[in-house]
Design a protein around this ligand. Structure first.
Ligand code: GDP
Length: 196
């Protein structure tokens, strides 16, 4: 599979402002600065598509991108959704307050979401906030939805760090948007979850 084209659709600050339901969505979730914009740009091969939020936690909008996959002679239309990064503070108990209400409403009510891509900084693979987010998603997902963990910034790891992650998560997808390692494999994993 390949990404043939990708373009920005719109930004929304609430569920009401989102695009109509229909096209299958891949929702990207992660802490601020995890490398979310970078990986969306790497997946789509478009450098400036998703805008990096230089100020952690500043991006508060839900951004929609239309992505066209091709496999042999078939075309698949998917929506990538860049969700606001959650902050450095613990998310745990008060997640609904910490995370904007609109964001949780989107996550919980949006029918079109098929895959949640949970991005985790591979240098800090066992943060409580990521654990909490994963537990939160596991609890709310429907049978037709899936969660995919992707560990970002793998170029920063030593082999021993990789081993620790692989021990806890044997199928861990380790990806670097900087050197593009793991990008194709992760994109295939997303595609398989959508259409496999
Ligand atoms: P976002 O806030 O989650 O959208 O994160 P960004 O994509 O803006 O990335 C945050 C910072 O991490 C930026 O300084 C990026 O250059 C850096 N970054 C993103 N991906 C990688 C990566 O794969 N490797 C390295 N070394 N740095 C990365």
């Amino acid at each position: 599979i390949k990404v043939k084209d990708a373009f920005f659709v719109k930004s929304a600050s609430s569920l009401e402002e989102t695009t109509p339901e229909g096209i299958s969505e891949v929702a990207f979730i992660g802490r601020s600065n995890v490398g979310k914009s970078s990986i969306i740009n790497a997946f789509t091969n478009k450098k400036g598509l998703a805008k990096s939020s230089s100020t952690p936690g500043k991006t508060r909008l839900i951004n929609f991108f239309n992505v066209l996959f091709t496999q042999e002679d078939k075309t698949f239309n998917v929506q990538f959704v860049d969700l606001p990064g959650f902050g450095y503070a613990r998310v745990s108990r008060s997640m609904k307050e910490e995370w904007q209400r609109n964001l949780t409403r989107y996550i919980e009510k949006r029918v079109s979401i098929r895959v949640f891509v949970h991005l985790i900084d591979s240098r800090h693979p066992f943060l409580e906030s990521d654990h909490d987010v994963h537990a939160y998603l596991e609890k709310l997902i429907r049978p037709d939805q899936k969660i995919l963990r992707i560990f970002t910034k793998s170029d920063k790891l030593k082999q021993s760090d990789v081993s620790v992650i692989k021990k806890h998560y044997p199928d861990a997808l380790l990806v670097s948007s900087s050197n593009k390692k793991g990008i194709d494999k992760a994109l295939h994993a997303i595609f398989e979850m959508l259409f496999g």
